[in-house]
Design a protein around this ligand. Sequence first.
Ligand code: FRU
Length: 522
Amino acid sequence: MKLYLYVCVCCFLCACGGKASQSETKSETRAFQETYRPQVHFSPASGWMNDPNGMVYYKGEYHLFYQHYPNDTQWGPMHWGHAISTDLVHWEHQPIAIYPDELGYIFSGSAVVDKANTSGLGSTENPPLIAFFTYHDMKKEKAGEIDIESQGIAYSLDKGRTWTKYAQNPILKNPGIRDFRDPKVCWHAPSRQWVMSIASGQVIRFYGSKNCLDWEYLSAFGKGVGSHEGVWECPDLFPLKVNGSNEEKWVLIVNINPGGPAGGSATQYFVGDFDGKQFTSAQQETLWMDYGKDNYAGVTWSDAPDNRRILIGWMNNWQYAGKEPTPTWSGAATFPREMGLVQDGSLYLLTSTPVKEIDHLKGQNMQLAKTPVKSSYLLTDQFKFAASPLEIKLTFDQSNNTQMNFPAKYGIRLKNDKGEYILIGYDNMEKIFYVDRTNATAEIFSEHFSSLHGVPYIVNSPQVDWHLIIDANSIEFFAAGGRIVLTNLFYPSAPFDTIELFTQNGEIDLVSAEINELQSIY
Ligand code: FRU
């Protein structure tokens, strides 16, 4: 077990059970400078993190909880770690919010503001924040029992600072389904009820409640549709307006592990309708939110202001999580993304865009006017600031390229002088966006890390937009209005300090480029 003394030295000597005091936790934020430590992404001060949990906005604050094991950089007895932000990018670490107890580990879930105090756990003047989570009973699991997962709640009456477990937990017992977890709760105004989505084996089961405490089974969705190559986990159900119209659809997010398009963990989604009882969808295709290897368990904030639908995922993959070369912590969140919906022919597609609050991090800036790129163009030669963290926006134009000199491939490569790199490109022959991560780690810590993966996409407009966020060990790529997303980690032996645009056998017009230095959140 790798213990990180930095967390709370007293844990060895006292009986605090790993509870670092708030001041201890805060003083750690001065550090966060280790190799590979994300500088513009949320990561735990120390110990293990997986799924983001319980994201809720209340009184000007975004709460982010997360699956956390404070005593090791491996998965272990799950707690809910906690952080608060007023702008989605700067996070203040909080004491652990929810501890495991005799009913089990505290697995993933969600949180809501019970504004009308339907639960009676607060008052209308001071409505309770209610966190829904899964109790995972390890004793029962070891005994080979089926009913190992049930749903519990905890509530807060002090703006999420302290949490009290409900005395009559669990509020929803196991119905005889072994994988029965990750409750995501939303208020469904038309039917005036709370709706809970639960990953239940190979389907999502929906439950309804008037008071957050008593739940009644409504329906299930998922048989025979989408991907079933792994366990269904961490659902989310929410309405979204179709871009440029007044049409509203319901989106059902279903995380699945393994079986993702790049191998391992990934997030699929269904677009359809929800009538307060049943979710229905005409969608035939399996759709993925992110085609990279490192975005899992993403769900959205409850009650985000201005009707925004903001998602954050765990930037990792169960194929190798815990093996990565970060000895004092494991895991980070993706950059928060604003979700949208577009209609392309008969398909409704989710789009992801980095939240506009990225502007809070912007430092120096550089613009490039129209530049033809042939073979290699060193972007880093054009600016004086560091190659990470950065935001890069590129617009390529394909219309001036004749058949003759049209590049077979073009894209961006981050590299160092050790021969290591990560590359994102568009392949004009295969018509795919692709990532080459075959040479992006110093240490082969997992056979699953090296990867060449992509997503078919026909660029049929002359211009195509690329948007990238580059951090100490990650690259997030958004293209074609957020329809294409590829999130990937890297662990080179020296930082990728050179950024190159490249083409293979031809030339591409870079119409414009904007590069923004991003300031560390620490
Ligand atoms: C997804 C998941 C959830 C579960 C949690 C346990 O990554 O497996 O289904 O609640 O992690 O940590």
